[in-house]
Design a protein around this ligand. Structure first.
Ligand SMILES: [Zn+2]
Length: 563
């Protein structure tokens, strides 16, 4: 009886979520604490979909991370940005598990990677061990959780990819237990007039649509009057049990009079398409309000493979005198469902709210390369830098150039080239290309210096100028003093910082021998572990050299004693 009951539930649950494609028993969880998510797979991030799950680690670092299955380490990377310290384990069943933002690796892997770091004299390294060289066993500790790289709080970033295609898949499709009985939350609903003649509620610009909760738990939107080709979009998120944070939803369906017009989910996607998130969301709205509206219709430039069904690209052709029932269903991976019904009446009305007219002198055709001379700099947009044709706002200046604003996304990098002929050679050394942020503070943009020109390649629209960094980085001892005995110390720590162009490189030696210092840019700290090397002299002379992005350099030196 029990067996049959559970069997039926199991069949039902795999039937609805397509989990049958993925092994359900092969993997264990990467942590031994209950899995509470700070981020879901496919969650909308800036310029990409989240390619894994973020597992909370009780606001601390150093929790043991376990291999989810037998396998071999195929890649180890230590980076200041991105995944920080990360481990890739290939499993015999064709999947690779990825563990990111680690504090450190297991002793064996730590020894392996430190050899490489000392050989290359670099903290940042990437190695691809030969198949079988670094084996791991299911359930054995392979690393400790941390907060390295582009992480803003302790957590484990965990992925499961196909080993061959490297396509990331939703890790929750492999039978990992995450408690979630909470329905996704619908925050805001929007209607989009799409065709030139289209209108919604007397507007030919995007309109917000109110909705309210019904007795049966579903939502009903205020009836809208519309005409022409229209579409819908929404702001929504999911929440797991035991956590207040907002996570991404799993799937979206849009039905028109019972017919599926749109159906997409985050079962899997490929890294090559992830930037097309900028075509799924209403980027203009994102540029203005930093909120990501998911649109239930697909634009021409959108090349995402996440769609299971699309009818008329999710767009609805509304005719006068007809009525339509539009339903939007948002679900999490457990099948918890939030549904909103929007009654639509085909009606021609007087337009009261007109779309703002943003014509400029320059109309840019996305599928052609475009070159502009803006006085202080030239800008070159390669073919398909942008997703659509639009009126671009270009401003010339003596020292600055403004390339539109951040409300338009660029899919490809474009080039900005400043002429530096007017600057004496000595001065050029300290100059760099800077992007001015909202507070007009200059931020370093990677500057390639040629004879009379400086060039940067970027995807960020905005204001650029030449800035000058004349001040060398600062270096300060953090946990020790000059001429101190450091016998009981396990590590040396220093603070490094730069006021403007930012730190480019650093290196450290003790008595002339290179030592590994781990750099944490979030804390401006570099740290040396005394276990790394055998210091055979009582008197130790530490030299640290830090260089900023224009080549200003500071040498710090200090003597300490140890026996
Ligand atoms: Zn993550």
């Amino acid at each position: 009886m029990h067996r049959l009951f559970f069997g039926l539930i199991f069949l039902f649950s795999i039937g609805i979520s397509g989990q049958e494609k993925y092994p359900q028993e092969a993997f264990r969880a990467p942590l031994e604490i209950p899995l509470i998510l700070a981020g879901t797979f496919g969650e909308l991030r800036s310029n990409h979909f989240h390619s894994g799950i973020d597992i909370k680690t009780q606001q601390r670092e150093g929790l043991p991370i376990f291999a989810i299955g037998d396998g071999t380490v195929t890649r180890i990377k230590v980076s200041l940005w991105g995944y920080g310290k990360v481990l890739y384990v290939a499993h015999p069943n064709g999947y690779t598990s990825v563990y990111g933002h680690l504090q450190k690796f297991s002793p064996e892997i730590e020894e392996y990677i430190k050899k490489v770091q000392y050989k290359k004299k670099s903290y940042e390294v990437e190695v691809f061990p030969n198949y079988g060289d670094v084996k791991v066993e299911k359930g054995k500790v392979i690393a400790y959780s941390g907060n390295t790289g582009g992480s803003s709080g302790p957590h484990l970033h965990f992925e499961i990819r196909s080993s061959i295609s490297e396509k990331p898949t939703n890790p929750l499709l492999y039978g990992l237990e995450v408690r979630d009985a909470t329905d996704p939350i619908l925050d805001k609903l929007y209607g989009y007039p799409i065709s030139k003649d289209a209108q919604i509620n007397q507007s030919n610009d995007k309109v917000e649509i109110n909705f309210s909760r019904q007795k049966d738990g579903t939502y009903l939107a205020d009836s809208v009057s519309a005409l022409g080709t229209i579409g819908f979009g929404f702001l929504g998120y999911d929440r797991q049990d035991l956590a207040a944070n907002k996570n991404g939803i799993y799937s979206v369906q849009q039905l028109v009079n019972g017919k599926v017009y749109t159906d997409y989910d985050f079962e899997s996607f490929s890294f090559s398409e992830t930037r097309y998130i900028n075509t799924l969301i209403d980027y203009d709205h994102y540029g203005k309000y930093r909120k990501k509206i998911q649109r239930c219709f697909k634009t021409k430039a959108n090349r995402l493979s996440i769609y299971n069904t699309l009818k008329n690209n999710g767009k609805i052709a509304v005719r006068e005198g007809l009525s339509y029932s539009v339903e939007i269903l948002i679900k999490d991976l457990k099948g918890n469902l939030t549904k909103v019904t929007i009654p639509v009446e085909g009606k021609k009305e007087e337009i009261i709210i007109k779309k703002e007219d943003t014509k400029t002198e320059t109309f840019i055709v996305a599928k052609k390369p475009n070159n502009y001379n803006l006085g202080a700099a030239k800008v070159y947009f390669p073919t398909n830098t942008f997703y659509k044709d639009f009126y671009i706002d270009l401003k010339k200046g003596n020292d600055t150039v403004t390339i539109h604003n951040s409300r338009i996304p660029a899919h490809r990098k474009f080039t900005i080239t400043f002429d530096v002929t007017k600057y004496p050679k000595a001065e050029r050394k300290q100059l760099f290309i800077a992007r001015l942020d909202k507070k007009m503070k200059p931020n370093y943009a990677s500057t390639y210096k040629r004879k009379n020109t400086f060039t940067t390649r970027t995807r960020n629209l905005g204001t650029y100028t030449l800035a000058k960094d004349t001040i060398a980085p600062k270096v300060k001892a953090k946990n020790f003093k000059e001429k101190q005995w450091l016998n009981n110390y396990s590590y040396l720590s220093l603070k490094i910082s730069d006021d403007l162009s930012g730190i480019d490189t650093y290196s450290a030696t003790i008595n002339g021998k290179w030592i590994l210092m781990e750099y944490e840019p979030k804390k401006n700290t570099i740290t040396y572990n005394f276990e790394d090397t055998i210091i055979d002299q009582k008197q130790c002379h530490l030299v640290v050299i830090v260089t900023d992005n224009v080549g200003n350099s500071t040498t710090f030196d200090s003597t300490f004693y140890r026996k």
